[in-house]
Write a protein that binds this ligand. Structure first.
Ligand SMILES: [Zn+2]
Length: 255
């Protein structure tokens, strides 16, 4: 049976996600920004929490773990390189490791840059990827613990997933990301269409995610740093993709 997903807001602009395996009743939270909205979401769906899959150590992704662990005795799965910073960790994972949520099978992709040990979870069969704060719709995470080369390689790893993979990220940042992206590629028709769609969705208070790899390739400037048109738009015709990516990221930091 295919995976079921429930997406809901947490904190100011985080997303909580529940991943449910209907054949076994297993339910994982992807990150735990805060306990109360996750408990409410579980009650809404009639699901019981069995696992928390953590992408990285930041407090707005881990703040609910302790309370949820106490209430549900759930298994806490975290990136090996950040386990010491994440409370109540039971299992640590690294690149290529397999994680099972009931009968659903995921694989770990190490995607450092936002944090040094950030991981993403890819469920190939269900065409799902949970990318935390590495990739956002029309954007990418701030490079806090890594460097542009590291982040670019992480984004390429995600970009190489099948085009129809549904992408769930950690924040609703899309409207601001679109605004910035238009400063890089003002004439990109896919981006302009996305801009209109995002306005419509946000007016209805609806999420702009999930997105897909195919969609992000068409309008996310951070995934398009190896296009000559994007290099030209930032005045770096002869630069490497990493240099173009670093420049676009630096402009976003100041935008
Ligand atoms: Zn973060």
């Amino acid at each position: 049976m295919p995976a079921e997903i429930h997406l809901f807001p947490c904190l100011k602009d985080n997303y909580g996600v529940l991943l449910h395996d209907p054949s076994t009743g297993t339910t994982a939270a992807i990150d735990a920004p805060e306990a109360a909205p996750i408990e409410a979401a579980l009650a809404d769906m009639g699901w019981r929490l069995t696992d928390i899959l953590v992408t990285h150590h930041h407090a707005d992704h881990t703040g609910g773990i302790a309370d949820l662990k106490q209430k549900y005795q759930c298994r806490v799965i975290a990136p090996r390189k950040e386990a010491s910073k994440i409370p109540n960790t039971d299992v640590t994972l690294r690149e290529g490791d397999v994680v099972q949520v009931g009968s659903l099978v995921g694989r770990v992709l190490e995607t450092p840059g936002h944090t040094a040990g950030h991981i993403s979870y890819w469920f190939k069969q269900d065409k799902l990827a949970f990318v935390g704060d590495t990739l956002f719709s029309v954007g990418c995470g701030r490079i806090i613990e890594g460097n542009p080369e590291m982040m670019w390689q992480s984004l390429l790893k995600i970009r190489n997933l099948p085009a129809d993979t549904q992408i769930y990220c950690g924040h609703e940042y899309t409207a601001a990301n679109v605004h910035f992206a238009l400063s890089i590629e003002p004439k990109n028709p896919a981006l302009r269409a996305r801009a209109e769609e995002v306005v419509r969705l946000r007016e209805l208070d609806r999420p702009t995610i999930p997105t897909t790899i195919q969609q992000e390739k068409s309008y996310n400037p951070f995934l398009r740093a190896d296009l000559s048109s994007v290099a030209a738009n930032v005045g770096l015709e002869d630069a490497t993709p990493v240099q173009v990516f670093a420049t676009v990221r630096a402009r976003k930091d100041k935008f």
